[in-house]
Design a protein. Structure first.
Length: 494
């Protein structure tokens, strides 16, 4: 359900072959022809691999915001209550977050390309079932299937990007373009969702994934070579405990406000979540081959940056779900105008992504995280203190500031994690990063939904839920302040 975030269309071109004189020069220098060709190829940025690996990640991000805009229409069409709607939004995120670490492990074990292709195919099937759903249970199940697919292809995407461009300068450029594509997808999500829902109905937001999934599969087969396999295998116990921890937590958060926090099934779910979390910690400490390598776990800034990512996504996506419903249910906007109203928020976040690199280069990564979290906290405080119902214009202005702050902090957090991991642990670090981010999405949307259930009047629900979500921003600020002052975290981005 939610996906948020990240221009001109780039048409893939076949990899150009070096001319005969260049190949001969390579031979005269004592290099085999294949080596000379590879070196020349690696020094150019070819569009084919970049487009292939961007499609999956962009769809996963787009699928978050695009569903939020359609939420009210889905709720009305399938006659579901708020709890059912939360499962439609959070079911995708639950499967996504719970299986991301397993997806990173599969990318290591079977190769990034195989995991990416399998994920795209499963995601396409899930989208087909979503579009064909006729009752809430079918839609929730299809959303879970989408999440399984996204968990496979998302961590593999960064690994394939690193594999496709061996030259460091070219790779940096490719990562920059890849980030811009994903950010543009997130920014356009509300607009695209509103336009599709208004023109073709809510099912169209799922149908649109099918041709893009097919295109991604074709381009990957054509432009991405097979990946190395068999690195860093980990047992299934750790993955199962992670799934149990997140599943139990999601059930308890979503159903607790409806059935009562002391109801039997909610207590059982909470107990399963707690025991599974303890089992996961024990597995990571005692297993010969843990999911997260010991070298990463021992770096305080790696763990802290993941915590910052979780908390930023908790606040960002929870608030996005909240504002999407507020615009339609309180201000009475259509899906089309809701998408238009949300577009400036995403654009503000995308522009802040670009500014973040400059701030981090001038100062350090921690400066971007602290500034971003601080800006978002200020916007949240103003919203909470607003005396009456918020009209559209001041709400949009405050939310632009709110998401600009998150947009400043996110790239710095991502850079800190990937710098700590290096190329050796890139796949598992990317999986850990995205698992924590999606866990934040899951918790944030559940908390926002819980506040709406307890306080059904918007003039109290909006500021109360914003205050609850804002606690995550405050914790992110404190976490970055305390732990991100290490030499690696302070290393500027070039």
């Amino acid at each position: 359900m939610a996906s948020t975030r990240c221009n001109a269309a780039v048409l893939p071109q076949a990899v150009s072959q070096p001319s005969m004189p260049e190949t001969s020069a390579g031979l005269r220098a004592g290099k085999p022809a294949t080596t000379a060709m590879r070196e020349r190829s690696s020094s150019n940025l070819h569009a084919g691999p970049l487009v292939a690996v961007s499609i999956g990640f962009a769809m996963a991000v787009l699928d978050v915001t695009i569903v939020n805009v359609a939420a009210s229409h889905i709720q009305s069409a399938l006659h579901m209550d708020l709890r059912g709607l939360l499962w439609v939004v959070d079911g995708y995120t639950l499967a996504f977050a719970a299986l991301l670490l397993a997806g990173g492990g599969m990318a290591n074990r079977h190769g990034s390309r195989a995991a990416y292709l399998a994920g795209l195919f499963i995601f396409m099937l899930g989208s087909l079932f979503c579009a064909a759903s006729v009752e809430p249970g079918m839609l929730v199940g299809a959303r879970l299937l989408q999440g399984v697919g996204a968990a496979l292809f998302m961590p593999a995407s960064l690994g394939l990007l690193t594999q496709a461009y061996e030259d460091e300068a070219v790779r940096r450029k490719a990562v920059g373009i890849w980030t811009a594509i994903v950010s543009a997808a997130a920014a356009m999500g509300p607009f695209v969702g509103g336009a599709l829902v208004s023109a073709f109905g809510w099912r169209s937001i799922f149908w649109v994934n099918v041709p893009f999934s097919l295109l991604g599969i074709v381009l990957t087969l054509q432009y991405i070579r097979r990946s190395p396999t068999g690195r860093h295998e980990s047992g299934i116990a750790g993955h199962l405990s992670a799934i149990g921890a997140l599943s139990g937590l999601a059930y308890a958060l979503i159903n607790g406000v409806h059935e009562g926090w002391l109801s039997c099934d909610v207590l059982i779910a909470a107990g399963i979540s707690l025991l599974s979390a303890l089992a996961f910690v024990a597995h990571e400490r005692l297993a010969a081959k843990p999911i997260i390598p010991v070298a990463l776990r021992r770096q305080a800034h790696f763990s802290a940056a993941n915590g910052v990512g979780l908390l930023l996504c908790l606040a960002g996506y929870g608030q996005f779900f909240l504002v999407s419903l507020y615009l339609q249910q309180s201000l009475g906007l259509s899906a089309w105008y809701t998408g238009l109203s949300l577009l400036p928020l995403m654009v503000a976040g995308m522009l802040a992504n670009l500014a973040s690199a400059r701030i981090s280069s001038r100062y350090d990564l921690r400066a971007s995280m602290l500034l971003g979290a601080g800006v978002s906290i200020v916007a949240g405080v103003v919203l909470v203190a607003w005396p009456d119902d918020l009209p559209l214009f001041p709400l949009t202005a405050l939310m632009c500031l709110y998401y600009a702050g998150i947009g400043l902090a996110m790239p710095a957090m991502t850079a800190a994690i990937m710098q700590a991991a290096g190329r050796k642990h890139a796949n598992i670090a990317a999986a850990t990063l995205n698992a924590n981010r999606q866990s934040g999405v899951l918790i944030g949307v559940a908390l926002a939904g819980g506040a709406l259930h307890v306080l059904p009047a918007w003039h109290t629900a909006l500021p109360t839920a914003t205050a609850i979500l804002g606690t995550g921003l405050l914790l992110a600020f404190l976490l970055a302040w305390r732990y991100m002052g290490t030499p690696v975290a302070q290393k500027p981005i070039k």
